[in-house]
Design a binder for this molecule. Structure first.
Ligand code: PLP
Length: 233
């Protein structure tokens, strides 16, 4: 197993340093430890090192690891769903009881989640995923499409939106991601001005190789896997 406690401490230090450099308070930033493909033992090691927020990108894997697994029962953790949710996986996504779904990426899935949540008498906290780069392989709304659909999205009674999420095109140089992070923050600011009835406080952006740049550009949630748990198989 990789030295998870040491890795976590190093990531926390880097988050704090990046926040202070940007004139922000380190406590404003939530670290989501991304455990996809890794076994429960990795989660347990992070829990022992006081990590509380965990992220998974596939609802089925999340459910197996965090809900069906008896070791996960009564653990003081919050599960975030960070990957695209197919319509037929919406039910299992809800059964994961996520503290936040980062990746609502189209109106169809928003409606489906809202309907299921209504049937179950629960509310869902979520972010809207935006494709700021326009890359065809990326999920999420184009900024203009999101703006056009927002009145309908904000009217869904069981979904409570708290801000935006993005994944920029991969580039080993984190500075290349900065314009996309900046664009997400500017879009958030513009939408907050035009739709003040909603909560726009959260920006989920930044992964292992670029979270410091994301924090400098306003991230409130960073999603970090490899830097904590090592490479995925
Ligand atoms: C896997 C994943 C991450 C973490 O990626 P690392 O490069 O391992 O830090 C972050 N966000 C999403 C949406 C992911 O699927």
């Amino acid at each position: 197993m990789p030295p998870i406690a040491d890795n976590l401490q190093r990531v926390r230090d880097r988050i704090a340093t990046a926040a202070l450099r940007a004139g922000r308070r380190p406590e404003e930033i939530t670290l989501v430890a991304v455990t996809k493909t890794h076994p429960w033992a990795y989660v347990a090691a992070a829990l022992a090192a006081s990590q509380r927020d965990f992220g998974e990108n596939r609802p089925e894997e999340a459910h197996a690891k965090f809900i069906e697994n008896p070791d996960a029962a009564d653990q003081p953790l919050r599960l975030h769903l960070i990957g695209p949710i197919q319509s037929r996986k919406a039910k299992i996504a809800l059964a994961c009881r996520p503290v936040l779904i980062h990746s609502v990426d189209r109106t169809k899935i928003a409606r489906k989640l809202d309907k299921l949540a209504g049937e179950q008498g629960v509310a869902l906290d979520a972010l809207l995923e935006v494709n700021v780069s326009g890359e065809a392989s990326k999920h999420g709304w184009a900024p203009d499409a999101l703006r056009a659909e927002l009145p309908d999205l904000l009217a869904l009674p069981r979904l409570r939106f708290h801000g935006l999420m993005t994944i920029p095109p991969y580039d080993p140089d984190p500075e290349r991601a900065r314009p996309y992070f900046m664009a997400l923050r500017e879009l958030r600011d513009a939408l907050a001005a035009d739709f003040p009835q909603a909560d726009w406080s959260q920006l989920s952006m930044g992964m292992s190789h670029d979270f410091e740049v994301a924090i400098e550009e306003g991230a409130t949630i960073v999603r970090v896997g490899t830097a904590i748990f090592g490479p995925r198989a």
